[in-house]
Design a protein around this ligand. Structure first.
Ligand code: PLP
Length: 255
């Protein structure tokens, strides 16, 4: 059976982000996706109306049900929703140091809607940071996680907090013509990419990128190679993204 990525992520009814993005991206990476669902959100391509988080007992029960049943090689987390769920994931990861782990530190939806209490989530993420093989913050999340505005200082602070590798995604920076992503390993910049900025807003681009990276890590790629493959793939699926309704964020066409 294909190498499996177990995702801790939430349901987005629009199918743009969350666990559906994970399943589609991981499938495209060549791996199989399994899901421990962290929350049911109520949202569309335009806004988040609310969510109900899974209890930590139910979350861990879902994860434990597939351990030993599927060839899990990597874990990916997206929306976790509550500090209890973050603590449960940390407990699970400590039980399974053999798994690669991609931490996408989701705090808010791209549409701006809340996916949990930001201040408490930020504090709880501190426990997950040293457990991750790679963390994939956008610059808003990077600043929120570290409390620092300067991006270089914030990146170095994440390493002081125990990070091993950090992909800083520049989509929220004021660079009208391009987006710059920078990959740091052990505090050092090891690669950077610039791609033309595509028009519009996208729903689930971060989930897709992190999941594709996890899929490649599960199949044995190094962090650098996994990120390279994921960025190339993501640019293609964003170029062909579909607009559901005027004013809605575009939904990546992942196949
Ligand atoms: N996870 C869930 C369940 C979501 O609903 C969202 C955004 O709406 C995200 C994660 C983050 O999405 P993005 O990849 O757009 O940052």
């Amino acid at each position: 059976m294909r190498a499996t990525v177990l995702c801790f992520s939430g349901l987005d009814p629009s199918g743009g982000a969350g666990l559906q993005a994970d399943i589609e991206a991981i499938g495209q990476s060549g791996a199989h996706a399994a899901i421990a669902c962290t929350a049911l959100t109520v949202q569309n391509s335009q806004q988040v109306f609310g969510f109900e988080a899974t209890s930590k007992e139910l979350l861990l029960a879902q994860a434990h049900a597939v351990v030993g049943d599927l060839p899990i090689k990597a874990i990916k987390s997206g929306m976790l929703g509550t500090t209890d769920n973050i603590a449960a994931l940390a407990e699970f990861l400590r039980e399974h140091p053999e798994y690669k782990y991609v931490l996408d530190p989701v705090l808010v939806a791209n549409s701006g809607g809340s996916l949990g209490d930001q201040a408490t989530l930020v504090k709880a993420f501190v426990e997950l940071i040293p457990l991750a093989d790679i963390i994939t913050p956008n610059t808003v999340e990077l600043r929120a996680l570290t409390g620092l505005d300067d991006l270089d200082a914030a990146t170095q602070k994440l390493f002081e907090m125990g990070a091993k590798a950090v992909l800083v995604k520049g989509g929220h920076e004021d660079t009208p013509d391009y987006i710059r992503n920078a990959l740091f390993v052990n505090g050092k910049l090891i690669s950077e990419t610039r791609c033309p900025r595509l028009a519009g807003e996208y729903h689930g681009s971060g989930c897709s990128l992190a999941s594709f990276i996890a899929g490649r890590l599960a199949q044995g790629d190094s962090v650098k190679v996994a990120v390279h493959h994921a960025e190339t793939w993501l640019f293609g699926v964003l170029k062909q993204a579909e607009t559901p309704v005027e004013g809605g964020q575009k939904i990546p066409k992942r196949f």
